[in-house]
Every structure is written in structure tokens, then in C-alpha cells.
Design a protein around this ligand. Structure first.
Ligand code: BTN
Length: 254
């Protein structure tokens, strides 16, 4: 890593040598997800991480832009080469959101998950996750606000960071290692371990039991979010009964 930048390779190495060896650090790139996809197609190994200080074309879900201030945040993409069948890969979205929320607990936060994979703290978004698949790989892109204390106006959601919530700056290397450990654990549960993943996810779900409005396949639906089904779909209790929803363009409190 470049010692002039604030990411401290030596600290990462001291904290978690095995993860440090898997990091590819880019001072600047368009999007770590795009870099990861390209490198994965060229043979990059399972559990390699593309980490950057600056994205010039960071992407969020539904084509939205994502910006992470250099030096204050984490923008990275983890490459997974799953052994599980492709039909289960959508579960990585749930696994990643839950894993980040659990990692944040280690820093004194009480983080919740918002379907499918945002992480929120006290009604504010702290982390966005973009999971994409490419041939034999899954790319888990994570954008986390760590030491940011001011956010631009006009964001789609109110935002927060670890520093804002705890009143203290934290070493990004420590946060990154905690996230990677938790993602590895939860990503290992998309198969037979899925019931355990689901139970933890449902417990942390910020929308569970609340009236929500969502848009799916161009249709707006309202109802009470009951949690996730055993297969990982969102269960919405509407006037017409229970509906299981796999994808939605947006979901918010009604
Ligand atoms: C969202 O909330 O819409 C998802 C945001 C995901 C942002 C991360 S930052 C690292 C990775 N690279 C990207 O271009 N996007 C993800």
C-alpha cells in the first residue's frame, strides 16, 4: 500500500495478516465493484479484496451514484467464488448486510438492517452494499461511513457514521477486518446455515412489524413487513393476504 495515503498497510498486516495478503489497494478507481468484476474474470482468487481511497464512479443500487469521502470511509469490494449453487447467491445480500451490522456492534453501535442490505443506525444510513454476480464470482461491494462528520445536502437518506454515533474516530483498518471476518462467517451460511442467518437478520430488521410501502415490478404495495420467509423473501402482510417479495425498487415506512 502507498504509505502517503491514510490506509495503513502495516496496521492491516498486524491486525489480520491473512486478510492483508488478500488486499489489492487502488489509490483511485472508477468503482471497486467494476475493478473486482474485471479481476475476478481474470482469475482473481476467492476472498480477494479491492480497496480504494477514491472512487470516481462509485455505484449504488438502482444505478444511483455513491460517493465516499477519501480518508474517512471504506469503499471496497470482496470477491467470492461460491461453492453453493447459483440459485442461492441472492442470499449473499442478506449475509453481507447482517455481517456489517454485526461488525459495527464491536465498535459500540446498535446497527439494524434494512431490506435487502442497507445498514442503519438510529434511523440513519451508515452503510450501503451492492452485491453483483459475474460468471463464477459474486462481488460484495461495501461503502461504509467511518469517520465522516459532515455529509452533503440532498442525500436520498439521512446519513451517519461510526464517528458521529460514538463521538470518536476509529481506525478504518480495524473496522475493515471486523467486517471481513463477519462477512466470511455469514457468507458461509447461505446453504445449510441459512436458518441461523435468517433468525439473526429478522431480529435486526429495522422494518419488521412496521407498515411499509414498496415498489416491485412497477407496482406499489403497502402492508406490514413481517420479516423474511424461510427462503429469504420479504413477507408483506397486505389487505389481500401474505405476499412474498424477492426484489423491490424501493421500500420505505408507509
Ligand atoms: C447502495 O446503498 O445503494 C449501495 C452502495 C454501495 C457502494 C459501494 S462502495 C464500494 C463498492 N463500489 C461501488 O461502486 N459501489 C460499492
Amino acid at each position: 500500500m502507498n504509505p502517503d495515503l491514510e490506509w495503513d498497510g502495516a496496521k492491516l498486516e498486524a491486525l489480520a495478516p491473512s486478510w492483508a495478503q488478500r488486499v489489492i489497494f487502488l489509490e483511485e478507481c472508477r468503482s471497486t465493484n467494476d475493478e473486482a468484476r474485471e479481476m475476478a474474470a481474470n482469475g482473481l482468487a476467492h476472498e480477494s479484496l479491492i480497496l480504494t481511497e477514491k472512487q470516481t464512479a462509485g455505484r449504488g443500487r438502482r444505478g444511483q451514484a455513491w460517493s465516499c469521502p477519501p480518508g474517512e470511509s471504506i469503499a471496497c469490494s470482496l470477491v467470492l467464488k461460491p461453492s453453493e449453487k447459483m440459485a442461492l447467491w441472492s442470499r449473499f445480500s442478506l449475509a453481507a448486510g447482517l455481517a456489517v451490522a454485526e461488525a459495527l456492534d464491536r465498535f459500540g453501535l446498535s446497527a439494524e438492517v434494512k431490506w435487502p442490505n442497507d445498514v442503519w443506525v438510529k434511523g440513519r444510513k451508515i452503510c450501503g452494499i451492492l452485491v453483483e454476480s459475474a460468471q463464477d464470482s459474486v462481488i460484495v461491494g461495501i461503502g461504509l461511513n467511518v469517520n465522516t462528520v459532515t455529509f452533503p445536502e440532498g442525500l436520498a437518506h439521512p446519513a451517519t457514521s461510526i464517528a458521529l454515533e460514538t463521538g470518536q474516530e476509529v481506525a478504518r483498518e480495524e473496522v475493515l477486518v471486523a467486517i471481513l471476518d463477519e462477512v466470511r462467517f455469514r457468507a458461509g451460511q447461505i446453504g445449510s446455515g441459512f436458518p441461523d442467518l435468517l433468525e439473526s437478520w429478522n431480529t435486526r430488521c429495522v422494518l419488521r412489524g412496521k407498515a411499509v410501502r414498496l415498489e416491485t415490478n412497477g407496482e406499489t404495495k403497502t402492508g406490514v413487513m413481517e420479516g423474511l420467509s424461510p427462503q429469504g423473501e420479504l413477507v408483506l402482510l397486505t389487505d389481500k393476504g401474505r405476499e412474498k417479495i424477492l426484489h423491490a425498487d424501493f421500500i420505505r415506512l408507509a
